[in-house]
Design a protein around this ligand. Sequence first.
Ligand code: CTP
Ligand code: MG
Length: 357
Amino acid sequence: TTQRRHASRQRFAAEFSQCLFDFVVQLLPTQEELAVKEDVRKLLERLIRTIEPDSRLLSFGSTANGFSLKNSDMDLCCLIDSEDRLSATDMVTMLGDLLERETKFHVKPLPHARIPIVKLSLDQSPGLPLGIACDIGFENRLALENTRLLMCYAMIDPTRVRAMVLFLKVWAKRRKINSPYKGTLSSYGYVLLVLYFLIHVKNPPVLPNLQQIPPLRPISPEETNLNGHDIWFFDDIQLIRQRWHSSNTQNVAELLIDFFKYYSKDFPYQTGVASIKSGQLMKASKGWQSDLDSPRYNDYRERNRFCIEDPFETDFNVSRCVTKDGLYTIRGEFMRASRILASRPERAIIALAQLCE
Ligand code: CTP
Ligand code: MG
């Protein structure tokens, strides 16, 4: 019977893997959508340059990291190369006025937000059946770098990593656990959980740790310092792909099953921190434990329920928005997914449908 169980498990995983790929392919943005988005970026860049001639408008987030779904929003970052640039607050106000005058976008400037941004949206059109949503921020160079890091990981093992991440993003959206404003986790957070699992939990690992591979030539700390954060990572992906071969041969379904199992019952939510740079850390050693217990910091109490360290801003907990209820819901969803997959329904497609119900 053990043998028969093993065979049945393998059969299910093979079929489920295929289902996952078929499913994920349909979710990718079309060439047309990508082209329209690039046109929008260029148009906005041209307009911004009428305010700041030395500026560039760059994509980050899913449109630039290889984890984009159909109709995902556009994250744009404006970099200004001149010395005496306007403040982000002023830029947001001026750009908001300009876009309101010159374009058909719905414009919402948020000059006084913690990170000042202009929010834009465009109604649907033939090329964009679902319209467009876009945030423009300023000088967010760390986000550009973490986007590049995620893209490099996506490129090392495009089949398994991308399928897993894309599936998880859709799953989290369908299960409604992808709203930092409502106490659950951002897409960025979910991507970090997948990478943490593939780099540090899986043995043998599916991905190398790019932040711990030393540079080929000596590099001074200043070169890799951005606002006091070490942004070094090994980004020569050609070379990595030639030299680094994972001895982990699990297919994407097996990895996903283990992923859900791990975050259902093995990840130490109470005490642990998931860090893609350093592996598993302790909340206590980062000073992220105390907030939970101290009644004095009432506002902050919720902040460190769930801890995911940002790869570069290591003092920043990416999941600080996750509340007690949010974490309870997320963990419940990991368990639900794990249960569905463990039950191995007759047809893998049924498992997939149930998961994303
Ligand atoms: N980001 C960040 N810190 C966070 C959240 C986001 O630096 N706490 C940056 C990251 O560069 C991330 C980008 O903002 O890649 C976009 O985040 P998010 O919208 O969560 O991820 P996407 O991959 O764009 O997902 P979606 O397709 O759902 O928009
Ligand atoms: Mg985004």
